[in-house]
Design a protein around this ligand. Structure first.
Ligand code: PMP
Length: 398
């Protein structure tokens, strides 16, 4: 049977859905997937780092040895051996983290969404860095967050500014390591000050840390979680150290919050895929990441150096940029008169180079003369050619 008069629906979206919009930039960025474009725009890890064979072996082992468990529904809080692994790996600097504090999530992006769901009401004040991770701004905005941008400099948040603005805030969202989008890292003294200030103000401190393991040269700085596990909500991810396609991350937080997020997660997806959790545990339990992650650091470190060298050689006077010591991004500030949104369209058309304009990363007042460059998926020789062309295009505007 087939209806003679099929439905002609007039969609009435929720107020929440009405607020969602696809940005003009996203449309331009679709073009950047074309093979003839040198794209510094992506936020994707390099596929060259994906351990395909190792994952194949892990899938095979899990399915052969525990197939019936792996293909069944699982608990909402996650696969216990993996939660134990996360707890153990974060029990450093004298902190003791237990599995009850760990919730496995389907990518740390889901962790951000769940946090919004349980902590943010319409109009709730949420403190964020200037600039901040766009995916978090989008996640919290859907629940009605009103953002207050915390003054920040090239080293990140300025903790001494919090006293004046934290009144009534639900949380502070921070990215201490190799921040997306700027690549900057919060120094140890500021971490200590931030943790102390948030504890004194009774303000939950989110530490979003997907890039922390990707430090090119130095040992990572102490995680704020380990300074105060009862006041810090830590978000980790397997996306940048293993592969993003498995969609696996974790939230570490005090148990009352974990229990609330678990209730919210039940309504979202019941639990994160049991199969991928078991496979990831199988893949990493014998220390695989200790040999694998250094190869990612080396690749990204070399490409970061190529980009910083090219910027130095080819970008005109009046431009400045961050000097990341890890992660995937460089942040560039151009002379004030250049709007990088307009520049992007021209760069894609004329020189076949793409980047992400900086404006959407600002929760409040955008700095339109900024851009984010990712160096991880472009080989060094192509980085030089692309940055040279971009430098010339910028120079032609001055
Ligand atoms: N936080 C930050 C700062 C990110 O850059 C990303 C990925 N781009 C995420 C969270 C989400 O990562 P995933 O969901 O893949 O774990």
């Amino acid at each position: 049977m087939k209806l003679e008069n099929p439905s002609q629906l007039q969609w009435q979206f929720s107020h929440r859905a009405e607020q969602m919009q696809s940005s003009a930039i996203r449309e331009i960025l679709k073009i950047t997937m074309r093979p003839d474009i040198t794209s510094f725009a992506g936020g994707l890890p390099s596929p060259a780092t994906f351990p395909v064979e190792h994952m194949k072996t892990a899938f095979d082992r899990v399915l052969t040895q525990q197939g019936k468990v792996a293909l069944q529904y699982g608990p909402t809080d996650g696969y216990l051996p993996l939660r134990q692994w996360v707890a153990d790996s974060l029990s450093t600097d004298g902190a003791k983290i237990v599995p009850e504090q760990v919730l496995m999530v389907s990518g740390s992006q889901q962790g951000l969404d769940l946090l919004g769901k349980v902590l943010v009401d319409e109009g709730s004040k949420v403190l964020v860095e200037t600039p901040s991770y766009l995916g978090a701004l989008q996640a919290f905005a859907l629940y009605g967050a009103q953002f207050e941008s915390v003054p920040s400099d090239e080293n990140g948040l300025l903790p001494e500014t919090l006293d004046g603005i934290a009144q009534g805030a639900r949380m502070l969202y921070s990215l201490p390591n190799f921040q997306n989008p700027t690549g900057r890292t919060l120094p140890l003294e500021r971490r200590i000050k931030l943790v102390e200030t948030c504890a004194r103000l009774g303000l939950p401190l989110i530490e979003d840390d997907p890039y922390g393991a990707l430090s090119y040269r130095n040992a990572p700085l102490q995680k704020m979680l380990t300074m105060n596990p009862s006041g810090v909500i830590y978000m980790g991810s397997f996306s940048k150290v293993l592969t993003p396609g498995i969609r696996l991350g974790y939230v570490v937080a005090p148990t009352p919050l974990i229990q609330k997020m678990e209730q919210a997660k039940q309504a979202t997806d019941l639990h994160t895929a049991q199969l991928t959790q078991m496979v990831v545990y199988e893949a990493i339990k014998d220390g695989f990441l200790e040999q694998h992650v250094p190869t990612i650091r080396k690749l990204y470190g070399d490409q970061c150096e190529a980009m910083l060298g090219a910027l130095q050689d080819f970008f005109p006077a009046g431009c400045s940029w961050s000097k990341p010591e890890g992660g995937m991004f460089v942040w560039v500030t151009l002379p004030k008169q250049i709007d990088t949104g307009t520049l992007l369209a021209e760069a894609v058309e004329k020189i076949k180079v793409a980047f992400v304009p900086g404006a959407p990363f600002f929760a409040n007042t955008p700095e339109r003369n900024t851009m984010r460059l990712s160096f991880v998926t472009v080989p060094p020789a192509q980085i030089r050619v692309g940055i040279e062309a971009l430098g010339k295009l910028i120079a032609s505007k001055l």
